[in-house]
Design a protein. Structure first.
Length: 79
């Protein structure tokens, strides 16, 4: 995907999935948007070398959490 397409996709996702309420809550869609933002930022070299370990660890936790949620939703859908 081209950088312009990635930017447009992230912006569309963030806009389309923006919460309609003014409450302070995070949805699975918000977390997926954050994951996409980290992907784009890392591809563009937005993080300093000394930040990469922290970013990577956080990304891995987020990815693991999203996979668990997806698996749990799949199991509930089968029930």
């Amino acid at each position: 995907m081209a950088k312009e397409e990635e930017t447009a996709q992230v912006e569309e996702t963030a806009t389309a999935e923006a919460p309609q309420e003014s409450g302070a809550e995070l949805t699975v869609q918000d977390l997926n948007a954050i994951k996409q933002i980290i992907d784009v930022a890392s591809q563009r070299g937005a993080f300093k070398p000394n930040e990469m370990m922290t970013v990577g660890q956080t990304y891995t936790k987020l990815e693991t959490f999203l996979a668990a949620v997806s698996q749990q939703q799949g199991a509930q859908g089968e029930s």
